[in-house]
Every structure is written in C-alpha cells, then in structure tokens.
Design a protein around this ligand. Sequence first.
Ligand code: EPU
Length: 303
Amino acid sequence: MHPDLKAQLQALLGERVQFEIHLKPFTSLRIGGPADAITYPNSAVEVTKVVQLCNQHETAWRLLGGGTNLLVADTGYAGVLLCTTRHMNRFHLEREEEQTALLFAECGVRMSRLLSFCSSQGLAGMEFAAGIPGTFGGVLWMNGGTRAGSVDEILHSMQIIGADGQLRELQAAEVPFRYRSCGLPRNVAILSGRVELKRGEPRQINAKVAKIKSFRENQPLEMANAGSVFKNPKGDFAGRLIEMSGLKGKCVGGAMISDRHANFIINRGDASAEDVLRLIQLAKERVYQEHGIELETELEVLA
Ligand code: EPU
C-alpha cells in the first residue's frame, strides 16, 4: 500500500484504520488471508472520503458487512476494506402513519436487530428475513431472502456510492433487482436503505418469524459456514442436485460439503479458501455432467 495513502487514512480515521489485518475473524466461514487495510467509517460522508482517497491512489476498495456470505481468498485482499458493522449500524423510523411506516437503516446493522425492532414495534414486512445472519447492506446487495420473500418486495429507496466516490439516491424501481442480486455493478456499494412496513400484530409477527426460522432446521448452523453456496436454479434446488450427484459429505482438505444440507460447505477447522473453491468446482462439474445444469455461486468471493 502506498505510504501516502496509509498516512492519509490514519489522519482521517485515527484508530479506526488498521493495516495487515487477518480476515478470518471477519467471516462466518473463518477463512481468509490479510487485507492491506481495514477501516471503520462512521458515516456515509466518511465512506466517500475513504473511497476518494483510494481512487486517488488507484487502490481497490470494498465494503465489508457481516461476512456471512463471503469467501476470502487465502492471499487476502490487496486493497482497503470499509467495515460497516462497527459504526454504520443506526436505524430509525422515518415516517409513521396509521397503517404503514418507513424504516431507514444503515448498511451495517444486523438483520436480527432490525427484525426484533420490527416485531417489538408491531411492524410487519421484514419477517421473510428471519434467520438471515448478515447485515441489512448484505441483504440489499444480494437481494437476500428466504422462501418467504426477499428484500426487493419492501424496498423504498437506497443510498449508494458510485465508482466515482459520489453519493446517489436510488428509488426501488431504479434498482435492477434479480433473484439473489441487486443487479448493481461491483464498483458501487450500498450505504443505507429505506423499507416500507405495515402495522401488524406482534404476536402474529413473532409466529411468522418462528416459522420462517424453522426452515433452517436442516442447515449445519453449528459449524462455520457461509449459507447457501449456490443459487437455486430455476425450478430446482442446488442442495437436491448436489445430493443426487453423490457429493454429500465430500471433503477437500478442511472443507466439507455438509452431510446435512448439500448446498452448504462447512469449515471443519482448518479449511483454506482453496479447499472451498475446489469443492465448488467439483459440485459444478458433477451437477453439470449428471443433470446438465450450470450452478451459479451465491457466495461472494473477495480476492
Ligand atoms: N434438498 C435436498 N438435499 C439437500 C438439501 C436440500 O434434497 O442436501 C432439497 C430439500 O429436501 C428441499 C429443497 O432441496 O426439497 C430445498 O431445500 P431447503 O428447503 O433446505 O431450501 P434451499 O432452497 O436449499 C433456501 C435458501 C436459504 C434459506 C432456506 C430456507 C437459497 C439459495 N437458499 O434454501 O438461504 O435459509 O431456503 O428459507 O435460496 C442463503 O441464502 O444463504 C440461505 C441459507
């Protein structure tokens, strides 16, 4: 990393920047080499300052949320990460009407926190996200959801930072959402969003949350994992196809295709990113050979 960039980041952020930081603890898979720098911005404006400094030095940057859908390369990340969970985790009700409410949240807030806030306030609409371990920003980025729905169904608007380091507001209709993707290019990042909620009965909301959480009973959540590895192909399920290909329980190094849910890869303790990538490749090849279906990864790779 250029020494001038290092000095400028330190001048801007003080103790909220660290260098050569191992990323394992920042990911639910507990895998990954070091990042050149990790920063902890506390506002959208501060994000723009970090991004503009990176751009001036032609240095890569990327936002890091909960790290729950992320595979970090063994070689780590040659660039500056902007970690959102520490400080960019505020939320509030922006507008409350008799039957509806508009909730504003920054990207780094955990979905579980938003969900319990909504339940306690008797606000319905967010239940689809029950059990999703990541952040609001991560869910917006990948149009996260469960079989009960996805975030595009309740989005009102979002704030993004473009490749040029400028902030922009997008209305929901301007976001090219697809299944498990917001459709925005990799060189932009989402900083916050607003969702539309409806008044509901806390008891009913809690019951729905419990039901949706129970969909996860077949998932190996007690082991280090990153959720579904592949998107479900149209009309089928990646887990079913991988199981039919005989790969449940298949190990490469310290990584294993879960013997409980075949669309999960777990880290048995000392897996490398390379081990996980080899299992991904194997699952793709086998499913293609045996079923003629090309699986597409849902997992994001940071390299
Ligand atoms: N199946 C198998 N073998 C397996 C796993 C699944 O045959 O090893 C079959 C199941 O029997 C079922 C079908 O595949 O008929 C679907 O499985 P499941 O109900 O477990 O749901 P999923 O499609 O694998 C989706 C989401 C999960 C979410 C669950 C529950 C995707 C890619 N995944 O999984 O989301 O938790 O529904 O709502 O849409 C994530 O996105 O990271 C994630 C964990």
